[in-house]
Design a protein around this ligand. Sequence first.
Ligand code: ADP
Ligand code: XUL
Length: 525
Amino acid sequence: MKDELYLGFDFSTQQVKVIAIDKRLNIVYEDGVKFDTDLPEFKTRGGVHVHEDNLTVTAPTVMWVKAMDLLLDKMKLANFSFKDVIALSGSGQQHGSVYWKQGACGVLKNLKPSLPLHEQLKDYFSIADSPIWMDSSTSAQCRHLEDTVGGAQILADITGSKAYERFTGNQIAKVYQCNRTAYEATERISLVSSFGASLFLGDYASIDESDGSGMNLMDLYRRVWSEQCLQACAPDLGKKLGQIVPSRQCVGFVSHYYVEAFGFSSECRVISFTGDNPASLAGMRLCDGDISVSLGTSDTLFLWLRDPKPALEGHIFVNPVQSTDYMALLCFKNGSLTRERIRDHCAEGSWDRFAEMLAQASPGNDGNIGIYFDVQEITPNTVGVHRFNSEDEKVSQFESAVEVRAVIEGQFLAKRVHAENLGYDIGSKSRVLATGGASMNKAILQVLADIFAAVVYVQDVANSACLGCAYRAKHALTEVPFSEVVRDAPEFVCAAKPNPDTFETYNKLAARYKHLEGLISIAKV
Ligand code: ADP
Ligand code: XUL
């Protein structure tokens, strides 16, 4: 009997990953290609290049294409049954942009099955290095956009967010101002997500509503480009961006390239790709009232919302699985890479040792609080490493076990305080659903449970963006609500229960953290 398979890809910051599920939602294949180690010729660290100014952060666009070549080759070698794939979808790190040169569309439409994708596309990007979400070099463009529409809150009311440096409209404005020739040579601008879809489609794929919400360019309620935002960023921008489509839209069938080179069925559908955080919401099967914490390269926290109230903190995106609804997102740039730095410095580079050391210092860390913003943070907009003792006095260092606990507690206190700013009620007994690379670490999740005073659940697979896209691919072929499609997915597993003895300790610590973060913050909201 013919199997029915659905594929979900994720073009994340550090790697390209894939998950295949069967019609019963069992994961039948999982694989990935890591940029730093599998493609060392691009000399990335953590998948990116940080430029000399320490603000500009890019990734070579063709590296993503080459990673796709490698991944498909790995699947072929593993005898993956491409012919059984009914539909595929995917996600990408949000906000990053890809600049297709005049003529690229023609190449996409006529890809030669005998050659890898990267060889055919390498000369067709007008900007070789894509700006990505870690970039914070566009403050001038942000101020201009906010001034043009009448202020930060008005921009948030239109697009769901005040101006953020990494948001694509501001990035495009910088490209236009600093590299006009390249801008003019650009036929089409994709997000990382719609770029991924374009590779499969063999044509330019539209930007979806959910990832499109992270650009400071889309009218959040009408789901069309906001003319005044477009005009404030660059001329002819609407034409270069194409139209916006619902996140569950089928954008077409896989191109002949995949049929001939890998044996995909010509009837395999390509469903809109979306942002990695919206995709994670799908993969976590988030319900109204749940809160999800993703611990990847960036840490993010998201909620399902019906009635959004865009504010000067956080972002509102169109909900990727229920397009009449919304999601709120908070993004923390200093996530896994900061934890890794402390692990390498204090715990001999071992996560096991890190977990042991976390247990050596007690919850609340005897009142010591650390704030570790190695790079310019997003929430709040500030940078620097700050350590405070129980008297709120600055200290220059902690001993190793205290440092290990301080980084984890500091990161989760920040999430708690900013979630409370969005209206989240600690003690509401809602579920915390954890995902991302660090959600494999039980010791870290125990601190999350204690600080949020809630049970933390995980699923077998930490890679919820990929899984969410495989679910979304299946959902797009039905008329039923998303929750119906994922009803029989494996139950979540309880990973950590809050210790009631820590409740008061963390209430006090959260209040102190809020005060200290305010003191060090240079955020101008
Ligand atoms: P992304 O999708 O953003 O590329 P992932 O969600 O795959 O990232 O997470 C990658 C990160 O997971 C790595 O940078 C690493 O620090 C972290 N990680 C992996 N295993 C563990 C672990 N056992 N404990 C804590 N962090 C871990
Ligand atoms: C979200 C954000 C990051 C990227 C990379 O706003 O900037 O989470 O999506 O994961």
